[in-house]
Design a protein around this ligand. Structure first.
Ligand SMILES: *Cc1c(COP(=O)(O)O)cnc(C)c1O
Length: 366
């Protein structure tokens, strides 16, 4: 099914259940307890096990993913669930050395002390790497913040050949732009905090997968660990998802325009955007992504130059995180990412592209 068809289906996912006078948007139901004179056919029993408003969002995401979805209170909660559900003591997990740093910290502080062996690999080396010895291979493509890509289908084949599971963090793309489960991944994890919620006001995450046994374990992890989203957050994500396709299409097309112009700008070095034919990741990105995304990165000559640009650009918010309506930029070195001091990760928002470009261009002038 095409992404367009999936998105149209997602918008109308409640249609068949609507009775006359029902609200078109789902009701926000925050309840811990449910009327239970008996347990037969009770979909909702206690708020830690399931809530109606999560169920609405999981239904939306399940249509986009073409898979079972379990929602979590943040992207990290989803990542923790996926890792704790698929690893045991003395097994090995491969993680991206250049991916989202909190995933590495989680492994270092909590998985390693319980006997899990952690192997780090640069995203650009996944295609050549030998996965022998690993039980779980975890990847991010494009990686955050370096935007290197690796071949997801190849990683899935290599992981399965050595008996490992493949988990893909699909946050930078979303289910509309990249389909890791179709490429062979066992689980997808994503921070819906970013583009899916899209308005910089809610934390959410999800795990999706097509293996019923594994997904039952993920749901059990949520129930037993208590890592549950709030009803209001679910309701906000539901609302955000309704405009995801429209926002992404503006953000990706603006990103392409801006990247092409920055590529010719004398101040800009080491520009990375998978949509540029000259980008090292372009060939694989073209094969496995249905859009090139809204994230790019580049370097200015120094920390001072980069800070000056971020301060002077009228339409940039200086924020960490990405995927919101407002364009956002930050120097990743301030968080300790292994990048140059003048390295900026830039998330293109939904501002009309010409005023946004004018602001960028003005901030790059002396
Ligand atoms: C932001 C992010 C996460 C974590 O999401 P939270 O909702 O902040 O917990 C995980 N992976 C990637 C790639 C991210 O960018």
């Amino acid at each position: 099914m095409t992404a367009d068809r999936r998105f149209a289906d997602m918008l109308h996912h409640r249609a068949e259940r609507l009775g006359r006078g029902d609200s078109i948007s789902p009701p926000l139901i925050s309840a811990t307890t449910y009327h239970l004179p008996g347990l037969e056919n009770a979909q909702f029993t206690y708020g830690r096990a399931a809530m109606p408003t999560w169920a609405e969002v999981e239904e939306q995401l399940a249509i986009l993913e073409g898979a079972t979805v379990v929602g979590f209170p943040s992207g990290m909660a989803a990542i923790a669930a996926a890792l704790f559900c698929s690893l045991q003591a003395w097994q090995e997990v491969i993680l991206p050395a250049d991916g989202y740093y909190t995933t590495r910290l989680l492994a270092d502080r909590f998985l390693a002390p319980m006997g899990v062996k952690v192997r780090l690999l640069n995203t650009r080396d996944y295609d050549e790497a030998d996965f022998t010895g690993a039980s779980v291979v975890f990847l991010e493509s494009p990686s955050n913040p370096g935007l290197d890509c690796c071949d997801i289908a190849l990683a899935a084949r290599k992981a399965h050949a050595v008996g490992a599971k493949l988990i893909v963090d699909n946050t930078t793309m979303t289910a509309l732009l990249q389909r890791p489960l179709d490429l062979g991944a066992d689980l997808v994890v994503a921070a819906d905090t970013k583009a899916p919620a899209g308005h910089s006001d809610v934390l959410y995450g999800h795990v999706s997968g097509r293996d019923a046994g594994l997904m039952a374990r993920v749901a059990e992890w949520r129930k037993l660990s208590g890592s549950v989203p709030g009803a209001f957050e679910a309701w906000l994500l539901h609302r955000g998802l309704e405009t995801l396709e429209v926002r992404l299409s503006r953000m990706c097309s603006s990103a392409q325009t801006i990247a092409e112009r920055l590529a010719d700008h004398p101040r800009i070095r080491a520009l990375r955007y998978p949509g540029l034919p000259s980008d090292p990741s372009h060939a694989i990105a073209k094969r496995q992504m249905s859009g090139f995304g809204f994230l790019m990165s580049f370097e200015l000559e120094s920390e001072e130059r980069a800070e000056d640009f971020l301060t002077r650009c009228a339409y940039l918010t200086q924020t960490t995180s990405f995927g919101g309506t407002h364009s956002a930029g930050e120097r990743r070195a301030r968080w300790g990412d292994a990048v140059a001091p003048g390295f900026i990760r830039f998330s293109v928002g939904v501002e009309p592209v010409e005023p946004l470009w004018d602001a960028i261009e003005a901030a790059l002038r002396d």
